[in-house]
Ligand binder design. Structure first.
Ligand SMILES: Cc1ncc(COP(=O)(O)O)c(C=O)c1O
Length: 254
């Protein structure tokens, strides 16, 4: 569980005193821009977008991956409901697969749920427990599926030495109040794929055309899943605490 201190209070106070609350500031690197760089560095990926929630992150990721009406997305039957709601939000159909004793999606049951309409699978790293990503990635390759890792409950965890969220095509996190590090409400996505990143950027911000981004894909109608610099100022302090908090949790459990 997250721990907060006076550093978070000071970080929020600085944003309030600066008078700059909006995440995009023309010609200026905002607090959120800084966090996105820090996320990319920490996870060793090319792109990160901070978002308003974990649910927004899953929806934005799917839209970024081009998932939409007519598509089916395989999700585990045991997860927080947002994993199944996100495909619905982009007009796709969530298809439930069983979990196994790992409490995460059973790859062999997931394979049985594949149809010609299946476009993606969302493995969920429940309670910090990693999915069998070797089997999931093999399945995805065999059936030409995209993989969105729902790492909402597993920020900082790893699978065979690789950070959760960096193994599939896109990784999604939640920073709500029940998560290991938190800013009350928040989320993020990470990816190495520039097209998914650019589509996600457009989808998460209906005003994207007015920002400083250099995009090489056409605009389309986006929404508003933007975060806020006040929350991200707080979250950047939390992010620095991640390794310490994980070490404390592991020590408690051993
Ligand atoms: C596995 C999982 N996915 C997605 C979410 C959605 O995150 P949020 O509540 O930040 O929208 C949660 C939140 O509890 C979650 O546990």
């Amino acid at each position: 569980m997250y721990i907060m201190g006076k550093e978070e209070v000071e970080a929020v106070q600085q944003v309030i005193e600066s008078g700059q609350l909006f995440r995009y500031q023309p010609g200026v690197e905002s607090i959120t821009d800084k966090l996105e760089k820090e996320l990319s560095q920490r996870f060793g990926v090319n792109h990160a977008i901070a978002l308003s929630s974990g649910t927004a992150s899953l929806i934005t990721a799917l839209a970024g991956m081009g998932i939409g009406p007519g598509d089916e997305v395989i999700v585990p039957a045991y997860t927080f409901m947002a994993t199944a709601l996100a495909p619905l939000a982009v007009g796709a159909v969530p298809v439930l697969a069983e979990i196994d004793q790992s409490l995460t999606i059973d790859p062999s049951n997931a394979e049985k749920k594949i149809t010609p309409n299946t476009k993606a699978i969302i493995p969920v790293h429940m309670c910090g427990l990693s999915c069998d990503m070797t089997a999931i990635m093999q399945l995805a390759q065999k059936h030409n599926l995209l993989v969105l890792e729902d790492a909402a409950q597993a920020c900082g965890g790893s699978y065979q030495g690789q950070a959760l969220g960096t193994i599939g095509d896109v990784g999604a996190f939640s920073f709500n109040s029940h998560k290991i590090i938190s800013c009350g409400e928040g989320g993020a996505i990470i990816t190495n794929q520039v097209e998914f990143f650019q589509r996600a950027l457009i989808h998460h911000d209906g005003g994207c055309a007015f920002r400083d981004h250099k995009l090489d894909i056409p605009f389309f109608a986006g929404l508003n899943f933007r975060t806020q610099d006040i929350l991200i100022a707080l979250f950047r302090v939390q992010f620095c605490r991640l390794d310490g908090i994980l070490a404390a949790v592991r020590a408690e459990e051993s």
